[in-house]
Write a protein that binds this ligand. Structure first.
Ligand code: FAD
Ligand code: NAD
Ligand code: SF4
Ligand code: FES
Length: 803
């Protein structure tokens, strides 16, 4: 059947969740294209607060990596914005002059931060807090400057302020109202929260209206309506958001505050839907993920023609993500003539609770200091429960497993993703889950703000009892409960031969596996059975599949091999010729002493490699990349050994070897270490009559100095020890574990002890030689197969990058 063309505008949290739901309902029904203004794959915007607070990194907040798009055949255009929609012809137009027709169009353009239109708002050092770019700006400023002002004491402003304090800045929070978080809290809770945050080091300026941002080019301070001034090197505006509706409005799609949609997220224009913060449903525009995900589920059903009652609106609840502070708010919190309230203040312990009641029913709650009851209250509001149901139930101040025991099955545990205790318990029991990560993979619980993580852990403990702590092991992904070692042993014992077979025999939950386990299984199978196993190209990450590194704009790079960093005039001429002929955008020397041709079109890759006639530098590979060498004894005054010759021998021997992760080597000919041997997976340093081998070094984000592994006399011994080390790493490391992490995990003493046994080294080298005998040069192999070249390089450019 012909697939219908589905376009998503906005690669954010709501849009991509909708696509995930569509893929669950109808995996083959649509040809999907996604446009995203940001240059990143879909990430967890919520966790930017945690990035700023130093609890996680930008690299760790990706929700769907580049491979997810690739393996679901989704064409992603990152860093590309849709600028117009022709709703009659059903075509979208982008800022990169692209036109794409659609059968169904989802608009999920989110919100823009509201920037106060103050004089001086365009100065350097004034930022919003909405995306990775803003977060990086704040991180940069905190390195150089000391004084920050956050305008807006709402959820976002307070989370930003906590982050900036953690980064060593002094922080003033300027708030227009009498108490902070006035949209979510009452005065009592707002004041308790203020006291707590002041104890943490925040300074509050309340009832203040900013009138000007002072400074020349760079901000130096703020002026208020009262005429007072304060100093500031960084100003963060966190005064709310505005639905991003300009595109819809200009394209003639009816817009009120947001894009107007019905219960099926349909706009008034046929085949156009809106979801997320840009959508307005029954007069409401939402700014939290829970309602947006519910909208996404309803929209997916509508698009896949699964009929149900649609989206009916949401009861909101929010929690501040600042460690050491427990504050929760849900439903209606303002008192009026129709409401009554149960209030409890324990000033001594800093605990406050207010429950709002209207016509006998619970309609809202504010909790401070102890928020354990939050989910239960939210549930009661959603179910329209009478206040008696709350007061009669014997809820105590328990925590952990005993609190879980009191929860009913329909009680929501993860507010963001609408996952109940019952959902989690049945996933644990039916799928044999034992870790929070697995529960997250199976049910989505804890995948967004993460505040339910400890409750999920409590449910695991409650459900599994003593088995929980015993079984607390990390599986290779959420498709299985088996660990890496268990999977490798099963493959070995049951003689499993391909990824599908592993998944079937070992009872994978997801028939097709996922982007985490497929490449891992492909590696383990090849490592265990190098002569028989036929590499599954489609299980590889996109770079390895295409033998080229994909760049952020969808073009590729070409890196020919230069053994030991040595080249010659013929090779340079060939490189210069292809660079001219194919209009290469940039020619750049790599850190591994090779030449990188950047900005190459995918369809030009085969002819460039054919014309170069040089071996691939495997610049994209999970395997041996480079052997960097210093000048060495032939030319350098300090050189004691032939580092270039040693490097070339190492590179020629291990060229094309695949591994759990990339492998970099270096050879220097004296302790001055010009080739940086101390920070490589294998680093060799020549001294008079001796070669020292260092292992487990890394120059990346987790800098690690290599450990001295062994001292040997001859080149042959260097090759022998390196072979044994690499094979031991290949056989025992987790897929995607660098040698630095692996050596750290096993301990250098353990690795040394194992490899000091000559018999064991010989066995490892025997298996290494068998593997190396199977290595083929990827481009000469690929170019022999016309169909493969057509399939891989002549299809539509899929501009997604990969690890
Ligand atoms: C720091 C921070 C912390 C937060 N914490 C929480 C929290 O704890 N709990 C919670 O529930 N919510 C939280 N939120 C709110 C939550 O992140 C948002 O509600 C959610 O991300 C909105 O999803 P969305 O898909 O509607 O919009 P977005 O995630 O903003 O995605 C919209 C995307 O569309 C892109 N786009 C816009 N126009 C175009 C165009 N013309 N062409 C192509 N692409 C376009 C944008 O660049 C953007 O990437 C937080 C937000 C921030 C900023
Ligand atoms: N933990 C969470 O759930 C969380 C965290 C961060 C952001 N978010 C979401 O992100 C969005 C943006 O958050 P936000 O805090 O900017 O929005 P918000 O509307 O919740 O809060 C903005 C605050 O700024 C104050 N304000 C308005 N104008 C001001 C001015 N001129 N000077 C000083 N203060 C002023 C308001 O009184 C209000 O309390 C919201 O949708 C929010 O729900 C949620
Ligand atoms: S490491 Fe020593 S031998 Fe090699 S280039 Fe540097 S100084 Fe010369
Ligand atoms: S409550 Fe936010 S991820 Fe579960």
């Amino acid at each position: 059947m012909l697939k219908r063309k589905l376009i998503l505008i906005g690669n954010g949290m709501a849009g991509i969740r909708t696509i995930e739901e569509i893929l669950k309902l109808d995996p083959d029904g649509f040809d999907i294209t996604v446009f995203g203004s940001e240059p990143h794959p879909n990430y967890n915007r919520i966790q930017l607060s945690k990035v700023l607070q130093g609890d996680t990194t930008v690299a760790d907040i990706t929700l769907n990596d580049w491979n997810w798009y690739e393996s679901n055949n989704i064409r992603l255009y990152p860093g590309e914005s849709v600028i117009n929609i022709d709703t009659k012809k059903q075509i979208v137009y982008t800022d990169k002059d692209r036109e794409e027709p659609y059968d169904k169009l989802i608009i999920a353009t989110g919100s823009n931060p509201f920037m106060l239109p103050l004089p001086g708002a365009d100065k350097q050092g004034v930022t919003a807090f909405r995306d990775i770019k803003d977060c990086e700006t704040m991180l940069q400023y905190s390195k150089k400057y000391k004084k920050a002002a956050v305008i807006g004491g709402g959820l976002l402003g307070l989370e930003a302020a906590r982050g900036l304090l953690n980064l060593g800045m002094k922080v003033d929070v300027i708030h227009i109202n009498e108490y902070i978080m006035d949209r979510q809290l009452d005065r009592e809770a707002g004041k308790l929260l203020q006291k707590e945050l002041e104890n943490q080091g925040m300074n509050f300026l309340l009832n203040k209206q900013t009138t000007e941002i002072i400074g020349k080019k760079q901000v130096t301070g703020l002026r208020f309506k009262t005429g007072e001034k304060i100093a500031a090197d960084l100003v963060v505006m966190a005064v709310g958001i505005k639905p991003n509706v300009a595109l819809a409005e200009e394209s003639g799609i009816p817009v009120n505050r947001g894009i107007v949609v019905n219960d099926y997220m349909e706009t008034e224009i046929p085949n156009i839907f809106a979801v997320g913060e840009c959508a307005e449903h029954r007069g409401m525009v939402y700014g939290l993920v829970a309602p947006l995900y519910q909208q996404g589920e309803a929209l997916a059903k509508r698009i896949c023609s699964v009929y149900d009652e649609g989206y009916k609106g949401s009861v909101l609840s929010s929690q501040l993500k600042v460690s050491g502070v427990d504050v929760f708010s849900t439903g209606k919190i303002r008192e009026d003539e129709n409401t009554k309230a149960i209030k409890m203040l324990d000033d001594w312990n800093g605990i406050y609770k207010k429950i709002m009641i209207e016509q006998g029913k619970i309609t809202g709650a504010v909790l401070f200091g102890n928020t354990k009851e939050g989910n239960r209250l939210l549930n009661l509001i959603k179910n329209g429960a009478n206040i008696e149901e709350y007061t009669e139930s014997n809820q105590t101040e328990e925590s952990g497993a005993s609190l879980v025991a009191q929860m009913t099955d329909d009680e929501v545990v993860c507010g963001c993703n609408g996952v109940t205790k019952g959902n989690i318990v049945s996933a644990i029991n039916n799928d044999g889950l034992t870790t929070v990560e697995q529960v997250k993979g199976c049910t989505n619980a804890s995948r967004s703000c993460g505040s339910c993580k400890s409750l999920v852990a409590d449910i695991l403990e409650f459900t599994l009892g003593d088995k929980y702590s015993e079984d607390h092991k990390e599986s290779i992904c959420a498709c299985t409960t088996l660990t890496r070692d268990e999977v490798v042993n099963e493959i070995r014992e049951k003689h499993l031969t391909h990824t599908r077979e592993v998944m079937n025999v070992l009872g994978w939950k997801n028939d097709d596996g996922c982007s985490k386990c497929r490449p891992a299984l492909n590696y383990y199978l090849g490592m265990l059975n190098p002569t028989e196993y036929k590499d599954e190209r489609e299980s590889r990450f996109v770079n390895e599949r295409l033998h080229a590194n994909i760049q952020n704009n969808g073009t590729f790079s070409v890196i020919p091999r230069m053994y030991g960093g040595v080249t010659n005039a013929d090779d340079l001429r060939k490189i210069a010729d292809v660079a001219d002929k194919y209009k290469v955008k940039m020619i750049k020397l790599t850190g591994g002493q090779r030449i990188n041709l950047l900005g190459v079109q995918k369809q030009d890759l085969p002819s460039i490699w054919a014309e170069l006639g040089m071996p691939s530098g495997h610049g994209y590979a999970k395997g041996l990349r480079t052997v960097k060498t210093c000048v060495g004894a032939d030319f350098c005054r300090f050189g004691t050994q032939d580092s270039v010759g040693m490097g070339i021998e190492l590179e020629k021997k291990f060229e094309g070897l695949n591994g759990p992760h990339k492998i970099k080597m270096a050879v220097s000919a004296c302790p001055r270490n010009c080739a940086e041997s101390g920070i490589k997976d294998v680093g060799v340093v020549g001294l008079d009559g001796v070669w020292e081998l260092y292992v487990g070094g890394n120059a990346g984000t987790d800098l690690r100095e290599g450990d001295l592994f062994v001292k040997v006399k001859t080149k042959a011994e260097v090759l022998e020890w390196t072979g044994a080390f690499l094979q031991y790493y290949r056989e025992t490391a987790n897929y995607l574990e660098r040698t630095s992490v692996w050596v750290g995990r096993l301990g250098i003493d353990h690795v040394k002890e194992k490899l000091e046994d000559k018999g064991f080294r010989d066995e490892l080298n025997k298996r290494m030689d068998i593997t190396l005998a199977t290595v083929q040069e990827p481009w000469s192999e690929t170019l022999k197969d016309e169909n493969l070249v057509k399939r891989l390089y002549e299809t539509v450019n899929v501009p997604v990058a990969s690890k």
